[in-house]
Design a protein around this ligand. Structure first.
Ligand code: URP
Ligand code: ZN
Ligand code: ZN
Length: 463
């Protein structure tokens, strides 16, 4: 009788540090053996010819997030995590948004009510701090960090979300005291407001003006300021969704000074440009920061290759195009100002990076695993339980066909949005099986298990 519940046989295992051929033995949801031949097991998955990698961890997704009056996100936890699983992910990290005046605990209770029992992959919430009162910073954040909510995002833009520099300093200081990881959306809100008003006064309201009113200096200045505030507060900082060379240079300079500053970039900054907002359905590609130009794509690839970026996330933030309050006619208003910011991408993140990165010789398989899984686990306190293939780790595994050719299109995706920004994009390499804690969730394009994803409490990430 086999000592394993499941054996994954004869695959090529890829971790952040190694590539080798071996079997994997799984018992009670964990990896308990890695060896050349683990013998017969009634539940054997043949992985010959496939890559066996830690399941993707997407540490930047928005699910069911309130997004302004009447605006409804296209994904709930069921559809977003199903889409994540089909895209080879085993854990996603959505944001728990704190409304003004709301306690973090109330916000979390609401999100858990939506998520618990409805997820197809594991989830772990970041917090969004929009109302940093003394109670929130002094009582709630430290207590929640002890309970495993060990990261939070601050915004420098968006009405109702943005914090002042003073509030950012106070919130960062709370992160330092509680051992939580601070993340920041770096764009200068006053500059955006100024440019947006000017554009509208000149009658420039088409989607493409979303990009011209959020130019690179808006992001560069805020990135510099955010890093300076983190230096003053003495905390590590993750700069999320970095889109261009100048913001990258701020990160590099900070690191050269010995600061703990981490960078994240996303598929949209590698394969879209601002020109994708200047098409008949350009609203579909409105996100912030906006996609830039070819030179910025090249810069972001350099950041990926050289390690300026530790994290490659989707920033999945799906809105429907055709809805009454969707991206086409946001509440019947015509200006780009009202287009909900964000694009879907949780299902296409891994194939795009694999195809464009590994397939085109820009990054190694190991770096692919680091960027899409291991570094997310390390950064946010999930490692070594998740993000690797090792004895004792959760059996969160993706089987990957490196030769399978696909054309990305809305028809083959599982998200709640009614489009993909990557329609027609050809990729080589596709996930064929996704396993969460030993249970096969997706196999050969079919959902194989009902919602068994759980919320995962995390360790404090350290530096
Ligand atoms: O446009 C974007 N990125 N929307 C999602 C919210 C955010 O700032 O991450
Ligand atoms: Zn953001
Ligand atoms: Zn985001």
């Amino acid at each position: 009788m086999s000592p394993y519940d499941t054996v994954i046989r004869a695959g090529t295992i890829v971790t952040a540090s190694d590539t080798f051929d071996a079997d994997i033995g799984i018992r009670a949801g964990r990896i308990v053996a890695i060896a050349e031949d683990l013998g017969d097991c009634p539940d054997t998955i043949d992985a010959a010819g496939l890559l066996v990698m830690p399941g993707g961890i997407d540490s930047h997704v928005h699910i069911s997030q309130p997004s302004g009056e009447g605006v409804v996100m296209a994904d709930d936890f069921d559809s977003a995590t199903r889409s994540a699983a089909f895209g080879g992910n085993t854990t996603v990290m959505p944001f728990c948004f704190q409304d003004k005046g709301q306690s973090l605990r109330d916000a979390l209770a609401w999100y858990h009510g939506l998520a618990d029992g409805n997820c197809h992959v594991d989830v772990s919430f970041h917090l969004i701090v929009s109302d940093p009162t003394p109670h929130v910073l002094g009582q709630e954040l430290p207590a929640l960090a002890e309970e495993g909510y060990t990261s939070f995002k601050m915004f420098m833009t968006y009405e109702g979300l943005k914090l002042t520099d003073r509030e950012i300093l106070e919130t960062m200081t709370a992160a330092k005291r509680s051992g939580a990881r601070a993340m920041i959306h770096a764009e200068n809100d006053d500059a955006i407001g100024f440019l947006r008003d000017q554009a509208e006064m000149a009658g420039n309201t088409a989607p493409r003006f979303h990009a011209t009113t959020r130019p690179i200096p808006v992001e560069r200045e805020a990135t510099h300021r955010a890093i300076s505030l983190a230096e003053i507060a003495g905390v590590p900082l993750v700069i999320v969704h970095v889109s261009n060379r100048e913001a990258m240079e701020e990160i590099s300079r900070a690191r050269a000074r010995g600061l703990k500053v981490y960078g994240e970039t996303c598929p949209q900054y590698l394969v879209l440009t601002a020109e994708d907002l200047d098409i008949p359905e350009g609203a579909k590609n409105v996100c912030s920061p906006p996609p830039r130009d070819k030179a910025s794509q090249v810069a972001c690839w350099e950041g990926i290759e050289q390690g300026i970026f530790d994290l490659f996330s989707s920033d999945h933030c799906p809105f429907r195009y055709e809805d009454t309050s969707g991206k086409k006619h946001p509440k019947g208003r015509q200006s780009f100002r009202w287009i909900p910011n964000g694009i879907p991408g949780v299902e296409t993140r891994l194939p795009i990076l694999f195809s464009e990165g590994v397939g085109k010789g820009r990054i190694s398989l190991q770096r692919f695993v680091s960027l899409t899984s291991t570094n997310h686990a390390r950064q946010y306190g999930l490692y070594p339980r998740k993000g690797t293939i090792a004895i004792g780790a959760d059996a969160d595994i993706v089987l990957w066909d490196p030769e399978q050719e696909r054309t990305i299109s809305q028809d083959i995706l599982h998200h709640g949005a009614d489009y993909t920004p990557y329609e027609g994009f050809k990729v080589t390499g596709w996930p064929v099986l996704t396993m969460v804690r030993g249970q096969t969730v997706v196999k050969d394009g079919t959902l194989a298990a009902s919602a068994t994803g759980l919320h995962v409490a995390r360790e404090k990430p350290g530096d």
